[in-house]
Design a protein around this ligand. Structure first.
Ligand code: HEC
Length: 93
């Protein structure tokens, strides 16, 4: 019976981790940003600023290509979106 319980719990967690949980994406994006973007400087280099999405994209691309931040294209896109959503500003009109 105990074995059955353990495996049921295991399956539950397996399913729970596959089903997208509301807010989970944001948590992951934040963890990715805080993990990868604090290697060479503090994350407040980014979080002390506000940029439009295109500017964040240029910054993240520069970190990746010029400074060799260890992120792939997908991670760069996730971080760019996270920064644009949370540290974004409207483009000047
Ligand atoms: C490999 C080292 C390295 C990593 C990793 C890194 N950076 Fe940087 N970052 C730098 C250096 C060097 C500078 C200063 C020179 C410059 O601005 O290009 C800088 C400057 C910055 C600045 C200030 C300049 C600006 O354009 O506003 C921001 C913002 C920034 N980084 C964001 C990030 C983000 C977001 C990440 C994660 C994707 C990241 N960095 C990861 C090396 C790194």
């Amino acid at each position: 019976m105990k074995i059955l319980f353990v495996s049921t719990t295991g399956i539950f967690f397996l399913i729970a981790s596959v089903i997208p949980v509301t807010g989970q994406e944001k948590v992951d994006a934040r963890a990715l940003f805080e993990g990868k973007c604090s290697i060479c400087h503090k994350t407040d280099r980014a979080t002390s600023q506000k940029k439009i999405p295109q500017e964040w994209q240029i910054t993240v691309t520069r970190m990746k290509d010029t400074h060799k931040a260890p992120i792939n294209d997908k991670e760069a896109a996730i971080i760019t979106k996270y920064l644009s959503d949370n540290y974004g500003k409207e483009p000047k009109k």
